[in-house]
Design a protein around this ligand. Structure first.
Ligand SMILES: *[C@@H]1O[C@H](CO)[C@@H](O)[C@H](O)[C@H]1NC(C)=O
Ligand SMILES: *[C@@H]1O[C@H](CO)[C@@H](O)[C@H](O)[C@H]1NC(C)=O
Length: 204
């Protein structure tokens, strides 16, 4: 009896964690979510015009992301989708990062991109994308993009399976926070001077 009860609890925990692992954003019990500061609900809540800035704009000097997630576009709350426009000048990189709450479907609109992700077995998958190609970065895995073209910029549109995918930048979160130098030196099997040199490069 005792054993069965324990088994039941273990199974309940496994089912609960599986649910977390497969779930997207939480389901809402209404058609949409109206922010409390909106008095008159109109189609404006469901419209985002923030990407118009890219029309005829000069290419950015460095890699640039324009997000249309719940923070910029409140109408996405509860809808489990969002977009980002990614602009890559020649030779620029979107450094290794993860999105803890969503998989990412990248659509290359212009140029060439070298992309890659690493799975939980530490296996690297890479691809060179040409214009109109798509690539999916599985949820939560470390990935990057790089424009190797010496002449042409690249432009991509990424869709996310969450209204708030979140971004964890590996260089920034590891070397641009106050994690102790000694802990990082031990973790990367190197010396403190090397860690400090890397940290210095990120403090812009
Ligand atoms: C909301 O709509 C009503 C009726 O159309 C109007 O009288 C009121 O001024 C509007 N309020 C705001 C804050 O726009
Ligand atoms: C490192 O952190 C500082 C302070 O938070 C920030 O201004 C800077 O942009 C960060 N560097 C990078 C490469 O993200």
């Amino acid at each position: 009896m005792m054993f069965q009860r324990k088994l039941f609890y273990v199974l309940a925990l496994v089912v609960a964690s599986l649910h977390v692992a497969v779930a997207g954003d939480p389901d809402i019990l209404t058609d949409y979510v109206v922010p409390s500061n909106i008095v008159n609900l109109t189609s404006d809540l469901f419209t985002f015009t923030g990407m118009r800035v890219i029309i005829n704009a000069p290419p950015p000097p460095a890699f640039k992301v324009l997000k249309a997630s719940m923070a910029e576009f409140p109408g996405l709350n509860g809808q489990s989708v969002s977009y980002a426009i990614l602009q890559y000048p020649t030779g620029s990189v979107n450094p290794p990062h993860t999105h803890p709450r969503a998989s990412e479907l990248l659509f290359l609109l212009m140029g060439t991109l070298e992309v890659g992700f690493v799975d939980t077995t530490n296996k690297l998958y890479t691809q060179t994308l040409k214009q109109a190609d798509m690539f999916v970065f599985p949820k939560g895995l470390v990935h990057y993009q790089y424009n190797p073209d010496p002449k042409n910029p690249a432009l991509a549109l990424s869709a996310f399976g969450s209204a708030s995918a979140g971004t964890v930048s590996i260089p920034n979160q590891v070397f641009n926070t106050s994690i102790d130098d000694n802990i990082l030196a031990k973790s990367f099997n190197t010396d403190i001077a090397t860690i400090q040199k890397i940290k210095l490069g990120l403090r812009c």
